[in-house]
Design a binder for this molecule. Sequence first.
Ligand code: ZN
Length: 82
Amino acid sequence: MLSSLILVVSLLLAFGALAGFALVVHSIKREDRRRSLTLSPQSALSSLSRRMLGLNVDHTPCAIHPEQACPTCAKVNDTLTV
Ligand SMILES: [Zn+2]
C-alpha cells in the first residue's frame, strides 16, 4: 500500500515537472517566434517563464545610443519626438 502511494506521488511529481518544462519551452518558442523579448511580457506564462529563467532586458544602452535603440525604445522615441 505504501509503495503504491509513493509510486503515485512520484509519478505526479514527474508529470508536473514535465508539464512545467513543456510550458516554459512553449513560452520560449512563442516569444522567439514573435521577436518580443524586448517588449513587456504578453501573457502570464511569458512573465512566469522570464522570471524563472532570470531574463530581463536592460534598456540603458538604448538611452545612451538612441540611434541603435531596440525596436521598443525606437518606437517610444518616435512617438515622443513627433
Ligand atoms: Zn531598449
